[in-house]
Design a protein. Structure first.
Length: 340
């Protein structure tokens, strides 16, 4: 430190604080939000912390300073975090006839309130889904809309709530549905739904999970007007609700006798307690076969992945893609999986 200029000393202090925050975040998936909600909020910032620490390493490397070791060591300790943020994977040579394609998409009410100024949005979304032609389509924030063409799917299960705009979750599929149901979360319109479908000789359980949202508007001008204390309390309260919802969901899921696919919008990142609990021993399709940052939510400051496709070990994951189409505040994702 003595050989550093005043400016670099200040940079190093900031570097040390950011590195410590990232180090602290490594334990977050093991901390229950109900007990330490104030720490759980940090999980939202993990992508930012990883990126900034990488930039600090580059900064000190260019200056040929040993201070680079602080962030480098912290990044090395959490290498699994770093590599879950950005993936360099490649899809395998696959026979689509043997694969099941699963698309997850938070459709944001099909833009009913014109958040996105695009008069052709519904037609474009319909054309996009038709072109990608998934075998199973799980949608959150779904509402019935005759302008959205989903007639390619012969089977569907939908659960809607609300008065002014009825909305909820939907599963559309090309496979016959032999059973379906809803897991109702208390004190909220969010829920999880499921269908049991028949694929050849196999019966598959498909879950569509939508955990509690904090209701934060990610627009810069809206965030700047938020009271930081109220924002913190709201997110903390949301994370506690998410934990209860995840526990309720897992109680249902653990009783299922079938091969299982979980698709959904968790409204939390892959560095959170609820993600760790729901994932358990299941495989994350992005981690297995994804590319790039895997951003699924339109957040302006750094890539955020809150939408997931998980499968149990009876499946082999052959492909995964996040589609950069702006028809919602979420980006659709699709996995191709094969029954072993």
């Amino acid at each position: 430190m003595k050989k550093l200029k005043l400016y670099d000393k200040l940079i190093f202090v900031i570097n040390s604080l950011i590195a410590f925050a990232l180090l602290l975040s490594y334990v977050l998936p093991y901390i229950e939000p109900k007990k330490f909600a104030f720490l759980s909020v940090l999980s939202l910032a993990v992508p930012f912390l990883i990126i900034v620490n990488i930039l600090f390493v580059i900064y000190w490397l260019l200056k040929v300073k040993k201070q680079l070791m602080v962030s480098l060591v912290v990044l090395a300790l959490g290498y699994s975090y770093v590599f879950s943020l950005y993936k360099l994977s490649s899809s395998k040579n696959i026979d689509d006839a043997e694969n099941i394609s699963v698309m997850n998409y938070n459709v944001r009410l099909f833009n009913v309130f014109d958040w996105i100024k695009d008069t052709n949005l519904k037609a474009n979304m319909s054309a996009f889904i038709s072109k990608k032609n998934p075998d199973i389509l799980c949608m959150q924030e779904y509402r019935s809309d005759d302008d959205v063409n989903l007639r390619m799917f012969p089977y569907k299960y939908i659960e809607l709530t609300g008065k002014k705009v009825k909305n909820g979750q939907a599963i559309y599929t090309k496979f016959p549905i032999i059973n379906s149901g809803s897991i109702e979360f208390p004190h909220t319109s969010n829920n999880a739904i499921f269908v049991d479908v028949v694929k050849g000789k196999d019966t598959l359980r498909v879950y569509n999970v939508h955990l509690q949202s904090s209701g934060i508007d990610p627009a810069v001008e809206k965030l700047s007007k938020e009271n930081s204390e109220n924002l913190f309390k709201r997110v903390s309260s949301t994370f506690k609700m998410q934990q209860s919802q995840a526990e309720q969901f897992l109680d249902h899921k653990n009783k299922s006798p079938y091969k299982t696919i979980i698709s959904g919008d968790f409204n939390n990142t892959a560095y959170s307690y609820v993600y760790k609990e729901i994932k358990g021993d299941m495989l994350d399709a992005f981690k297995q076969a994804g590319n790039g940052f895997g951003r699924t939510f339109d957040f302006k400051f750094f890539p955020v992945r809150i939408d997931f496709v998980l499968v149990d070990d009876t499946f082999e994951i052959n492909a995964f893609k996040t589609f950069d189409v702006k028809y919602s505040d979420h980006y659709p994702v699709m996995a191709k999986v094969k029954i072993k």
